[in-house]
Design a binder for this molecule. Sequence first.
Ligand code: HPA
Length: 237
Amino acid sequence: MTTPHNHAKPGDYAEAVLLPGDPLRAKWIAETFFEDARQVNSVRNCLGFTGKWKGRPVSVQASGMGQPSLSIYVHELINVYGAKTLIRVGTCGGLNAKVKVRDVVLALGATTDSAIVRGRFGPYNFAPIADFGLLRAAADKADAKGLKFHAGNMLSSDIFYHADGFEGYGQLPDHGVIGVEMEAAALYTLAARFDVRALTICTMTDCLITQEEISAEDRQTSLTDMVELALDVAVEA
Ligand code: HPA
């Protein structure tokens, strides 16, 4: 069986899948890090690849931007292709001055403005959270590699261009929400629903308080560090 969004066959994906938003980043990850990389999906140019990292099977599938897009790919990866470990690798904006550009943010939890989570739980404010084993492994490995990281609450927003700028994030920065991206809450909610493991690892690329942005050169180094960390967690944790 294939799906409207993915023409890979069951068995084409490894149980561990990295999820960058950008299809060209998925291609870059496969070409740069995988041994024996082969492309398994190209529907809508939302590219997916399977290969090996340190001799163990691993896949990468672009999620597209935002929670609706990620939800489609992740739902199918879990339910059609048997994915058990899903690790988003992305970038986030900074909402706290202690998080510096280039720092890694491990999304312990993901607060959201999205109806995709709110709609399911009636009177309850469900708290989407990372898998503890993956999170612990990522923190230990980041320490071992000397990577500066923060584990905290991420905002997964449906809005990139907030009409009210930083003010639009309201009380969240004052309640320990340290970064903003657009996918983690939906990933964690789907993982909880289908009893699989998920983690979101982001590099902070643009601080919404100071307006500082990552340089092109630092972007490449930071992405490399983050992807190697995610791949180690994917195949070893
Ligand atoms: N908002 C949402 N997602 C992001 C941002 C941002 O400011 N920066 C990087 N990803």
